[in-house]
Design a protein around this ligand. Structure first.
Ligand code: ADP
Ligand code: ASP
Ligand code: MG
Length: 493
């Protein structure tokens, strides 16, 4: 196809109300009208809070709490009808068309809930995770109708894409989270490419903007799947790669990737440029602004990712790109919570090259990827895993490693100081450790790489640690000095 396309993805807060969806529609319309912009393919999340609500509905249905389930369903429907009203009430035909689409979707959601109820109460409990995923998928589908209607109302041709663009593997038992939602189903590259192009190309050729659901996929056998919680960033880059896009823009509720989570650090700074490696590490260590898998489909093809603010569309945001073009000179601090430290010890262990591999293979069998590898010697190896996986890792290691001593410490968090700016300064690591020491925050263990340092602390200290690291390494907090106080000081001299 000749037309160059870009992916623009809007997160849950960006489509959180009818008013916000109208802003989203303006951004999309602006891109279509601007001759300097490539043609947009839009990927949307569920309205903020809706996926949580759908999972609550699924949980209530499974537990037989039918009254509460009905109440939640009613509230969910109202949120979407309210948004439809805000968007289109003055345009009767369009409003009726949108409400018809939504009503049909609500009816199918209710059927899905009934089917989940019967699976949970009969011998078909093995169907519960897949049926739960099918319910979780509805948030994105509702959003697609609302956004497409808003874009059309702004005078631009747009179509809600009713099918899932992403084709995924069939989920294995390992990919089920306790809440029942299917995680980690992997997109199948070739199948997704054929399917996404089949859905999008005819629309793009007619200059109709495809509005696609993020987060969700379908197996080759037709089961609905998801890419896991917060997976819509990832779905945007999967669809982008499948459509050979020139760029992916993630529109969210902050100005871009910042030097720390702005909800925790008031003076966090915007990072205008990041390399793929820096952005990947930041998201791995907890920067929610990008899903950790987002860069996988596109980094090797040098497709840039922008992160921009829906509510301040003129702010330039962050561009994530290849190392050569995107040296950041920046550093950022992130925190990943709910981790456990696993230490394996023996008197004659890691001299043998296969032993370390055996430890990680066992961790993998328990469904745990090492979050960080902290230290090793000939006699010990220690690494971090997610707390929820720690007991199974421990049990497997104790069972299979015979005489080895295995210790597990829970309740930890990793504070990561990351970026070429951090490692360029030889004093950075010393300053990081001193910052924590001054606040009397003990460092349980640590790991370092060419792009920064990871300090493991007690989870209860982690937010304090984040703030003091940011203050001492990135942006000092300058106390507000009241004028009167200054005068008094001068007088006292
Ligand atoms: P969306 O609904 O658009 O997907 P998310 O809530 O998933 O948005 O991600 C955006 C949020 O990520 C921000 O509101 C911010 O609180 C959080 N965040 C965490 N770390 C960072 C960071 N380093 N830079 C920017 N935002 C961050
Ligand atoms: N709606 C999904 C979730 O809340 C995906 C996303 O918003 O990224 O997990
Ligand atoms: Mg997100």
């Amino acid at each position: 196809m000749e037309t160059k396309i870009q992916i623009i993805k809007f997160g849950g807060t960006s489509v959180g109300t009818g008013e916000r969806i109208r802003r989203v529609a303006n951004i999309i319309a602006h891109k279509v009208h601007d001759t300097g912009e490539d043609f947009p393919v839009v990927v949307v999340s569920a309205m903020a809070g809706v996926t949580d609500q759908l999972l609550r509905i699924a949980g209530l249905a499974c537990n037989g709490e039918y009254q509460d389930c009905e109440t939640e369903l009613h509230a969910l429907i109202q949120i979407h009808l309210e948004a439809a009203k805000t968007l289109l009430l003055k345009h009767e035909d369009r409003y009726n068309e949108l409400v018809d689409d939504l009503e049909m979707a609500f009816a199918t959601l209710k059927q899905d809930v009934t089917e989940l109820q019967s699976s949970a109460t009969t011998s078909n409990v093995h169907e519960v995770p897949l049926r739960t995923a099918a319910i979780a998928a509805w948030g994105e589908r509702f959003s697609v109708f609302l956004v497409a209607a808003a874009v059309r109302n702004s005078g631009v041709e747009a179509v809600p894409v009713r099918e899932e663009a992403i084709i995924t593997s069939h989920p294995s038992k390992k990919t089920y989270q306790p809440a029942g939602i299917v995680i980690g189903t992997e997109p199948l590259t070739d199948e997704t490419r054929i399917n996404a192009q089949r859905l999008a190309h005819p629309l793009i050729e007619s200059r109709i903007v495809p509005i696609m659901p993020g987060f969700i996929g379908r197996t080759t056998k037709g089961f609905v799947t998801t890419l896991g919680r917060n997976g819509s960033d990832y779905s945007a880059s999967v669809i982008g790669a499948a459509l050979d896009c020139t760029e992916v823009t993630i529109y969210t509720d902050v100005d871009g990737v910042l030097s720390a989570d702005p909800r925790l650090v008031a003076n966090a700074r915007l990072l205008p440029r990041l390399s793929y490696a820096e952005a990947a590490r930041l998201s791995w260590f907890g920067a929610k602004v990008l899903h950790p898998r987002t860069l996988i489909p596109i980094a090797h093809r040098n497709i840039p990712v922008r992160v921009r603010n829906t509510f301040r569309p003129h702010s330039r945001g962050t561009v994530v790109g290849s190392e050569r073009t995107q040296r950041s000179a920046a550093a950022a601090i992130t925190v990943r919570h709910q981790l456990a430290l696993i230490t394996v010890e023996n008197t004659d262990m890691f001299g043998a090259p296969e032993n370390a591999g055996q430890v990680f293979a066992l961790a993998a069998r328990a469904g745990a990827a090492p979050v960080a590898i902290c230290s090793s010697s000939g006699y010990h190896l220690s690494f971090m895993v997610e707390e929820q996986a720690a007991d199974s890792v421990l049990a497997l290691l104790q069972h299979d490693m015979g005489t080895w001593r295995v210790i597990c410490t829970k309740g930890l968090a990793a504070c990561a100081c990351i970026g070429s700016g951090f490692s360029a300064d030889p004093m950075s690591s010393a300053r990081a450790i001193t910052a924590l020491a001054r606040e009397r925050i003990p460092v349980v263990t640590q790991g370092a790489s060419e792009s920064g340092i990871i300090l493991i602390v007690e989870d209860q200290d982690s937010e304090r640690a984040l703030r003091c690291l940011h203050r001492d390494l990135i942006a000092p907090v300058i106390p507000l000095v009241r004028h009167g106080t200054q005068e008094k000081r001068r007088e006292a001299r």
